[in-house]
Design a protein around this ligand. Structure first.
Ligand SMILES: Cc1ncc(COP(=O)(O)O)c(C=O)c1O
Length: 373
């Protein structure tokens, strides 16, 4: 059994994907080929925003956004304590200070209540200027952008939506990557929309920021790449990756729908046994992960061992909260209350999740989990 079955996906769509890759090779059009422009256009239309700027990966996308807003020394950036390292890593990279914030017990996304407390803490106890909140759409479900927008407006913060795991999610009919002032996603292969290597994209409705993002992406270019008007990065998306993504976008909604069916089956069979992931009313998840929560670390260990014996892969996302990462020892505010994240890191377990998971496989997995509990 695969954790995320990219092999089956490739087998189903092999002919079209192979042809798309071959056409880039035939045209020897590896950098900035026409597929990159086409993809940017299609993704912007899909999400419903004015600009999409493709780049080399999701981490660069986050950094590009912070550079565009000129975030740096003396600025506070609020980041959920329970997320992949990148969401916080980019903040000291641009010279600013991450302030870690606890999460919501049900959705595992940043808690608006804890966010407001963290902003007040930074205002009253530090010299930092609150500038940005990075709201992560963790495991596929959009963050609580209704509340986050109210708080951002109250304290004059910008919202950077980290939808690396959330592409394909929605609140009502509004799609992930359209909630932030700037939003980003990742095309890492195992992400909801994944390419065949590294890739990422930035989204915004703001024309001025879009122009800056395009400049920072290619060595701070001015009129062309040899006219350099600011210090930038080399963060382009390869044409081959764009060609793969254009093909995969065609069946993306169908696969996301299938993941939702898999999630429903898991939930039906597990809801009276373990804490299951909760998708709030009007939210639609793209199910980057299906993550359950055991009573304690011991039960999780037992479940992992028994599942492994049956060749069922699992993963712990995440074992260590951001505030405990050694890399943030001297450059972050990490002394607030993180009790929900701490608890979750000891108990969470992500189960196989992909559109090709069969009912019998789901039954096999859930039988083992139920046996342990
Ligand atoms: C929440 C989150 N943000 C950012 C990233 C970074 O994306 P990439 O691996 O494309 O740099 C990831 C990737 O795992 C992620 O899960």
């Amino acid at each position: 059994m695969e954790f995320r079955d990219l092999k089956q996906q490739y087998q189903y769509h092999k002919n079209k994907i192979d042809a798309a890759v071959q056409s880039v090779i035939d045209n020897v059009d590896f950098i900035n080929g026409k597929q990159v422009k086409m993809l940017e256009h299609e993704l912007a239309v899909y999400v419903g925003v004015k600009h999409c700027i493709a780049c080399a990966n999701g981490t660069d996308a986050l950094q590009l956004a912070l550079m565009t807003w000129d975030i740096g020394k003396g600025d506070a950036v609020f980041v959920p304590d329970f997320t992949f390292f990148s969401s916080g890593e980019v903040v000291p990279l641009v010279g600013a200070t991450p302030v870690f914030v606890d999460i919501d017990e049900d959705t595992y996304n940043i808690s608006p209540h804890s966010l407001e407390k963290a902003i007040e803490y930074a205002r009253q106890n530090t010299d930092l200027k609150p500038r940005v909140v990075i709201a992560v759409d963790l495991f596929g479900q959009p963050a609580d952008f209704g509340m986050i927008r109210q708080i951002a407006d109250k304290y004059d913060l910008l919202i950077l939506e980290d939808a690396a795991q959330g592409f394909g999610g929605r609140i009502g009919t509004k799609k992930a990557c359209s909630f932030g002032d700037i939003a980003i996603t990742s095309f890492f292969p195992a992400k909801p929309l994944g390419c065949y290597g590294d890739g990422g994209a930035v989204f915004t409705d703001n024309d001025k920021w879009a122009e800056l993002l395009r400049s920072y992406r290619v060595h701070g270019k001015g009129s062309d790449k040899y006219d350099n008007v600011r210090i930038g990065m080399n963060s382009r998306l390869d044409t081959i990756q764009a060609a793969v993504l254009l093909e995969k976008l065609k069946f993306f909604d169908d696969e996301t729908e299938k993941c939702n069916r898999v999630a429903d089956e898991y939930t039906k069979l597990l809801r009276d046994t373990v804490k299951i992931p909760i998708v709030k009313d009007s939210m639609y998840s793209s199910w980057a992960q299906y993550t359950i929560c055991f009573q304690d670390d011991e039960k999780r260990k037992q479940a992992m061992a028994l599942l492994k014996e049956s060749n069922i892969p699992t993963a712990v996302y995440y074992r260590k909260p951001m505030h405990q990462q050694e890399a943030f020892r001297d450059n972050a505010v990490r002394i607030l209350d993180y009790s929900i994240t701490d608890k979750l890191c000891k108990r969470c377990l992500s189960l196989p999740m992909h559109p090709y998971l069969q009912t019998e496989e789901i039954k096999q997995i859930t039988d083992i989990v139920r046996k342990i509990c």
